[in-house]
Design a protein around this ligand. Sequence first.
Ligand code: ARG
Length: 464
Amino acid sequence: MAQLWGGRFTKETDKLVYAFNASILFDRKLYRQDIRGSKVHADMLSKQGIITEEDNALIQKGLDSILADIENGNISITEEYEDIHSFVEANLIKRIGDAGKKLHTGRSRNDQVALDMRMYAREEVAETRAQVYKLLETLMAIMEKNIDTYMPGFTHLQKAQPVTLAHHVGAYFEMFKRDLLRLDDIYDRMNYCPLGAGALAGTTYPLDREYTAKELGFFGPTLNSMDSVSDRDYLIEFLSAASIIMMHLSRFCEEMIIWNSNEYRYIEIDDAYSTGSSIMPQKKNPDIAELIRGKTGRVYGALTSLLTTMKGIPLAYDKDMQEDKEPVFDAVDTVKGCLSLFNGMISTVKFNREIMAISAMNGFTNATDAADYLVLKGVPFRDAHGITGKLVLYCIDKDKSIDELSLDELRSICPEFDEDIYDCISLKTCVEKRITQGAPGRDAMNNTIRINKEFLSKNRKDNV
Ligand code: ARG
């Protein structure tokens, strides 16, 4: 047991207490951020004349060697230390002696952990964003290829009106576009540096917080030291954004599972993204889509967990906050993993265009268009709606679709029908006529695609 705070104590910590209190087994994930923050802190201490340049040089070398040894596997971060901060500091002192004892001047683990978590979150927001961007590119490619791929649009999972695959996928494009913007937004709000807040009330040393903030790539220092050590809003925002991304992925997965089913057969998920059954040789299961749908609950769980942890904590730092790490780490790995697998799955899926079109033709998806036709002939919409309803009943009875009825049959229900009805309710016309902005008609869709391609080029980032 190696602790930083033995002085005031006359007894050893109980072993169970030590283990209960320790966070090393999960916060060791933050070693890079911890070392980077410490290096900049030491540079600043030396620049401000709080420690000597010689001591700083030793600290820099010592920290570099610790980082290298961790990354080469020469040292492992074990339970011997309470947390990652103690691990780094104790190792530094082991390597460079007394100079190492000066690193923690003007700093507390409270602002240190706040810094580490922000740096971690900031990197992960950027990585998640890059994954969302990649998915948007994949969806755009599918949209561009499928402007004329007709399929039924659904409400209540009942066939409603015909749309196109481009239009359906385009709905998800909009969702993930909002996700991307949400991540950008929370990045901008979280990118302020808590280092220098001390335990809660700043320090009496002349720290240069502007310097450390800038060196660490932040927009600037945070403005209230109590808030700095007790704020976990940025993690809650990240978990909210992650939960919304998962909700979108989960809906899409649910549709892929339905579309991939023996009854629908709109798509075939690639062998590489399907799994078999141990007993039923014929099976090809959409396990990946199901798992993504399932893991959504886990990310929501992380959000609920942290919200609940934070809700009763008095200012400023309390140890409850250590409970932020495991759910956040898990949720971040989960959302990134799911985005990457989903992207692989959707970019290799086979769309059965013909089956989709046939499905759009059955199920009276053109009934609204038949009613609209009558309206153009002067029938009031409410009457046209009733007439078309009767038409559908007649079709069900005869086991035919509306366009399979003869003109005589149509006229027996309403004399306003003419030869031009057939063109008017063809699948192609039903889609093409939908020309309002945001609709599936070819011109409208091309316009949307153009706008969204501009969005993609404007929002490309180097890390993609
Ligand atoms: N392991 C702690 C955490 O994750 C680090 C901060 C500890 N501060 C303290 N005063 N005990 O929150």
